[in-house]
Design a protein around this ligand. Structure first.
Ligand SMILES: Cc1cc2nc3c(=O)[nH]c(=O)nc-3n(C[C@H](O)[C@H](O)[C@H](O)COP(=O)(O)OP(=O)(O)OC[C@H]3O[C@@H](n4cnc5c(N)ncnc54)[C@H](O)[C@@H]3O)c2cc1C
Ligand code: SF4
Ligand code: SF4
Ligand code: SF4
Length: 326
């Protein structure tokens, strides 16, 4: 693929806004913008690093075998109140901070400048983690934060959707300076995300909702729902949201963040619980320590739930057959 590919990906509206190219570019030719990065061809020296780590350009999915799978939920009340599902992600990050496995975690919180605008956050405390719990369905360029922390911390965790987990895998091989301090990667199950502008358009035009009144968003049982500060709930069928989704998602074949140390999602679990797929021994130890510390409870994932998750995995893999329209 040609050198200017990241520029081309952005120009074609195919960028997943993972943030990896922003971190690895040695010339700051790719910078963060509202719904995708901005590419400055004048600054570009055509070193190809961005092309090598971009998860849209490098489309394959490398699977790591599963070590264990559970359904779990937090035992911390302050996490359960704000988490998306079982609060597993936030609880495991708290455990990782408590035991010194990590010094910081890259997560995603809501901006205080614009309603529902997600921003990457380098969380250093339990309070930071709790404040950034919950799913933001607007894409958040979290990997752009790896640049600012590269010389600050020796051990970090990153939470990301599958395209971001994939970019980390490429960074480990092709731009290791920015990935060498990553000790834990937590992936989120994902079928699609939305650019900020389109997400707000969808709320206003399809759902008659003012973005500033939304206190929680949820995708469950084939519906996208928002809860408003008044307590009202507005829902539409997930099918109706497709036209607002990121174009990159139409070509993305990874549902379960197949190369993360562990992945977490809602499908396969009861309300208030999360499905957990563990792939590394370090992640398995972390889960066991969180249980032993009284922060988390888990049960083995049933065979039915495993098959249900696998159905989504194979449904999404079909998207890989589609050629990128470049
Ligand atoms: C865009 C998106 C699509 C999803 N689609 C599905 C799906 O189709 N099926 C399914 O089963 N699950 C899906 N999930 C995962 C699900 O919504 C929950 O995030 C997951 O079950 C973990 O719940 P929890 O209570 O353990 O997490 P919490 O304890 O609430 O923690 C969530 C963590 O994710 C981080 N985060 C939130 N939004 C983002 C983001 N956009 N980018 C990076 N990090 C983020 C938060 O900062 C926090 O650290 C999706 C999540 C996202 C963000
Ligand atoms: S090719 Fe190199 S210099 Fe150009 S945008 Fe990509 S990383 Fe930056
Ligand atoms: S998908 Fe990620 S690496 Fe590729 S162009 Fe977009 S932000 Fe850059
Ligand atoms: S569907 Fe794929 S490209 Fe879209 S946000 Fe999810 S992981 Fe990223």
């Amino acid at each position: 693929m040609e050198l200017k590919s990241v520029g081309k990906i952005i120009e074609s509206g195919l960028c997943a806004f993972c943030g990896a190219c922003i971190t690895v570019c040695p010339k700051e030719a790719v910078t963060i913008d509202s719904d995708e990065p901005t590419f400055d061809s004048e600054k570009c020296i055509e070193c190809k690093l961005c092309t090598l780590v971009c998860p849209v350009i490098n489309r394959g999915v490398e699977e790591i075998p599963t070590l264990a799978s559970y359904t779990g939920r937090t035992l911390l009340e302050e996490v359960a109140k704000v988490a998306q599902d079982g609060g597993v992600v936030t609880t495991l990050l708290i455990q990782a901070l408590n035991e010194g496995m990590i010094e910081a975690a890259i997560v995603c919180h809501l901006s205080d400048k614009e309603p529902l605008r997600p921003e990457p956050l380098v969380a250093l405390t339990k309070q930071d983690l709790i404040a950034s719990a919950g799913s933001k369905y607007v894409s958040c360029p979290s990997l752009s934060s790896l640049r600012e922390i590269v010389d600050k911390y020796k051990s970090v965790a990153v939470v990301g959707v599958p395209c971001q987990v994939k970019a980390i895998q490429f960074m480990r091989k092709r731009a290791p300076r920015y990935a060498k301090h990553i000790k834990l990667v937590i992936g989120l199950f994902c079928t699609e995300s939305y650019p900020y502008t389109k997400f707000c358009d969808m709320l206003r035009s399809k759902m008659d909702v003012d973005p500033s009144s939304v206190v929680r968003s949820e995708i469950k049982h084939g519906k996208f729902s928002v809860k408003l500060s008044s307590g009202e709930i507005h829902s539409i069928r997930i099918k109706e949201t497709k036209e607002y989704a990121r174009k990159s998602c139409l070509y993305c074949g990874d549902f379960a963040a197949e190369s993360a140390d562990l992945s977490v999602g809602s499908i396969g679990s009861e309300e208030g619980w999360s499905t957990i797929i563990v792939r590394s021994q370090e992640a398995k130890d972390l889960v066991e320590k969180a249980i032993a510390s009284g922060l988390l409870e888990v049960k083995e994932l049933s065979e039915d739930s495993k098959s249900f998750v696998l159905k989504f995995v194979s449904m999404k893999k079909k998207r890989l057959a589609k050629e990128l329209p470049l």
